[in-house]
Design a protein around this ligand. Structure first.
Ligand SMILES: CC(C)(COP(=O)(O)OP(=O)(O)OC[C@H]1O[C@@H](n2cnc3c(N)ncnc32)[C@H](O)[C@@H]1OP(=O)(O)O)[C@@H](O)C(=O)NCCC(=O)NCCS
Length: 216
């Protein structure tokens, strides 16, 4: 995940007030979100046999879940419940939620700039998280696919991200999703850990895992 006050190379948290005022300009398209798909797991088609896994845009009523999950899974890096709350409130974050049955189970968040900034070539995957009990079931892979598709539809060329240098599960996950390591940023996180910057060219076609349907 990213760090407080950083939105990729574009700015810092001080801009939030201005961005809030420009919130209405942010292009968030419901058309990119498919609802009610069959919930099959990429690759094996059998992880969610009873309840559908849906992907939808996060609304205000989902903030509590997103903040709570972030506080739990990112706590070793810093106060990410508060940091994520600031990103949500900034109006610069586009967030996709994954829902299993009626229960939210994960989210992915990227930054999208207001139109006044001009064309956006790069976005940052600010955070992605899946409920611990639902991990390793293909939820994360589907979330990332949908945010990539959203970014691609906005002519964004690259997606970058920060992840903990010691977060080997996340590193493996992002590698499998097509990200490559770019550099290390020392003491990036509020609690002092180094971050690895990873990047993906999203102009290249997004491979569809065999056996999975399209998410959007
Ligand atoms: C990283 C995270 C989002 C992955 O989500 P997920 O739904 O569990 O991942 P998926 O089931 O889609 O896994 C996709 C691939 O990632 C890799 N992967 C995921 N979890 C893994 C694990 N525990 N060990 C090894 N590889 C793993 C595998 O290659 C997997 O494919 P496979 O199951 O076919 O082998 C999830 O582990 C998480 O929420 N972690 C805590 C928060 C975090 O660290 N976020 C990333 C930094 S922002």
């Amino acid at each position: 995940m990213g760090n407080r006050g950083r939105f990729g190379k574009y700015g810092d948290i001080k801009r939030i007030g201005r961005l809030r005022r420009a919130k209405k300009d942010i292009a968030i398209g419901k058309e990119f979100v498919r609802r009610g798909d069959d919930g099959s797991r990429p690759g094996d088609g059998a992880a969610f046999p009873k309840m559908a896994l849906r992907l939808q845009m996060a609304k205000g009523s989902h903030w509590d879940f997103i903040i709570d999950l972030s506080g739990r899974v990112f706590h070793e890096y810093g106060p990410y419940d508060k940091i994520i709350q600031e990103w949500l409130a900034s109006g610069m974050a586009f967030t996709i939620l994954s829902v299993h049955g009626r229960r939210p189970v994960g989210f992915a968040m990227i930054n999208l700039l207001p139109k006044e900034y001009g064309p956006q070539d790069e976005t940052e995957l600010l955070a992605i998280a899946v409920e611990p009990g639902m991990q390793r079931s293909g939820v994360g892979q589907r979330l990332i696919k949908v945010v990539e598709k959203k970014a691609k539809a906005l002519d964004i060329k690259r997606m970058a991200l920060h992840t903990g240098e010691g977060n080997f599960v996340a590193r493996r996950f992002f590698e499998k999703a097509g990200f490559t390591e770019l550099r290390t940023e020392r003491n990036f996180y509020p609690k002092g850990q180094n971050a690895l910057v990873m990047i993906k060219d999203i102009c290249a076609s997004i491979p569809s895992p065999s056996g999975s349907g399209s998410d959007v």
